[in-house]
Design a protein around this ligand. Structure first.
Ligand code: AMP
Length: 287
């Protein structure tokens, strides 16, 4: 495993590679990232993990400052997972001059996280396109934990004719259901105990849909009831959206993504579940 900081060095090393898998990350690597790397390893001749805490996707400076940075352990992690390259550029390497060109995926970026984090997906799409140009991967791997991110990247690639296959990888969870996230390390021990309520609320909502509830407002109400008694938890959004275009639905008639963001103290957690409703003749149950 080679640790590379410079774009030119990486490009030179990848010149002869015919099957490159890219796993973009912001570091503080955990088993969720590990699942992406493993999948890339099983499908590609050369696996590049990128580690870049991208300043232009943070809407709050404090969040950028306190984001965990653990390059040495991340490099050891990539080595253990058999990645070929860890590309960890400095900010000046990616943004040597003020960035004047941005990628904006409209509509898809407007709801859910996009509504509360202005400019976030513009920053994500822009840096991911830059990484695609730097690495020229054949496949790129993204976690379904960040469902809106995968949808935005898929749409960017389709709209801009970028020659890369986007692979979504299922969410890796702790035994209590909490989705692995680099931000979990920022939770105080009391907050960590409460964090799995986010997943429990998503499960409550998905069970409603699986039992035939077609009214998103009812589903939302059942889920919010799970969260209402959790001390110190603030719900930022809890939405039921179409699984493909992530737009809110008035009636649940096909696959939906149930997505939520909550705050525990000063840490923001997101999670989602994809749910397929039962056949129409079974619908009509009220939860
Ligand atoms: P991050 O470092 O948080 O930007 O995440 C890098 C990639 O890992 C993104 O594609 C995430 O969706 C993915 N990822 C993060 N956490 C998980 C998880 N628990 N399960 C699966 N993928 C994840």
């Amino acid at each position: 495993m080679q640790l590379v900081h410079g774009i030119q060095d990486l490009r030179a090393s990848l010149e002869q590679e015919r099957s490159i898998g890219l796993v973009p990350t912001m570091g503080a690597l955990h088993e969720g990232h590990g699942a992406l790397i493993d999948r890339a390893r099983s499908e590609c001749g050369c696996v590049v993990v990128s580690l870049f805490v991208n300043p232009i996707q943070f809407d709050r400076g404090a969040d950028f400052e306190r984001y965990p940075r653990t390059l040495d352990t991340d490099a050891a992690f990539c080595e253990r997972r058999n990645a070929d390259f860890l590309f960890a550029p400095r900010a000046e390497e990616i943004y040597p001059r003020p960035q004047r060109t941005f990628v904006e995926v409209t509509t898809l970026s407007d709801h859910l996280c996009g509504r509360f984090r202005p400019g976030h997906f513009r920053g994500v799409a822009t840096v991911v396109l830059k990484l695609f140009e730097i690495v020229r991967p054949h496949r790129a791997y993204f976690g379904e934990k960040d469902a809106q991110q995968v949808a935005v990247i898929r749409r960017m690639v389709a709209d801009l004719n970028v020659a890369v296959e986007i692979i979504g990888v299922p969410t890796v969870r702790e035994a209590d259901g909490l989705a692995l996230s680099s931000r979990n390390a920022l939770l105080a021990s009391e907050e960590r105990k409460l964090a799995p309520y986010l997943y429990r609320s998503l499960r409550a909502a998905s069970q409603c849909v699986e039992h035939g509830e077609i009214n998103p407002a009812q589903v939302r109400e059942a889920a919010l009831a799970v969260l209402s008694g959790v001390p110190g938890m603030r719900v930022e959004y809890f939405e039921i959206v179409d699984a493909d275009d992530l737009q809110p639905v008035e009636r649940i008639a096909g696959p939906v993504t149930i997505a939520a963001a909550v705050w525990l103290g000063s840490t923001r957690l997101i999670d989602n579940l994809l749910v397929i409703p039962p056949q129409p003749q079974l619908q009509g149950f009220r939860c």
